[in-house]
Design a protein around this ligand. Structure first.
Ligand SMILES: Cc1cc2nc3c(=O)[nH]c(=O)nc-3n(C[C@H](O)[C@H](O)[C@H](O)COP(=O)(O)O)c2cc1C
Length: 198
């Protein structure tokens, strides 16, 4: 199997994450930056933006999620929610994936023929960047899971971290040391999924 296929096979959703990371923070930052920079985007528009939170900022982010959910989740169900947020907060950092809507709008105006496609391609681009980052972090021994607390936390997160209003939050990749392996993964039948014609 190619190195790349081995890497994408090794990437998994890791929920049991911690702060026992042996890789330097600078290496993690560089890994995230390169993974996003080298990811393709439609017309090379480079719409993806990433805010990486470590230390207190990472904790603050998960506290914003916690307090937002406290207002929404029924009191009797909140204990489970709180434990889940604790498990994310226990990680080493969080990468917030944004898409720059100003760039999307400018492309829609510039290439009217493809106007409907640019928001879709922007979603494709962030997904590719998220997957590349997730896999690259896995390669350096960092476990992660992909979360989606947008849009309920967007406004407070933007205010707290000074995020431009044209950046739209799409996903949160929370990462840290791997404290327990991923669960078993099952696969549907290839026959129901792939077709080949000669
Ligand atoms: C587009 C997308 C959205 C996802 N959203 C979440 C999420 O909100 N919360 C979560 O815990 N996992 C989320 N996941 C993780 C999937 O549940 C996980 O990738 C899938 O079960 C396969 O497991 P694996 O990542 O270990 O290969 C998401 C994955 C993808 C690709």
């Amino acid at each position: 199997m190619s190195n790349f296929l081995n890497s994408i096979k090794a990437r998994r959703t890791i929920y049991a994450i911690g702060k026992n990371v042996s890789v330097d923070q600078a290496i993690i930052e560089e890994t995230i930056r390169e993974a996003v920079k080298q990811s393709p985007s439609s017309f090379n528009s480079q719409t993806s933006r990433v805010v990486t939170l470590f230390g207190e900022s990472h904790t603050n982010f998960w506290n914003i999620v916690r307090e937002t959910l406290r207002k929404i989740v029924p009191a009797e169900a909140f204990e489970g929610t709180n434990a889940k947020i604790d498990s994310f907060s226990a990680g080493f950092g969080t990468a917030l994936f944004y898409e720059d809507q100003d760039v999307v709008k400018a492309l829609q105006e510039q290439f009217a023929l493809y106007a409907d496609n640019f928001p879709v391609w922007s979603e494709h681009s962030t997904a590719i960047a998220q997957f590349a980052t997730w896999t690259a972090l896995s390669e350096i021994g960092i476990g992660a899971s992909l979360q989606h607390y947008n849009p309920i936390v967007d406004a407070e997160v933007a205010e707290t971290f000074g995020i431009p209003s044209n950046w739209k939050l799409r996903a949160q990749l929370v990462f840290g040391s791997i404290e327990a392996p991923a669960g078993e993964k099952t696969y549907m039948d290839d026959a129901a999924r792939f077709k080949t014609f000669n």
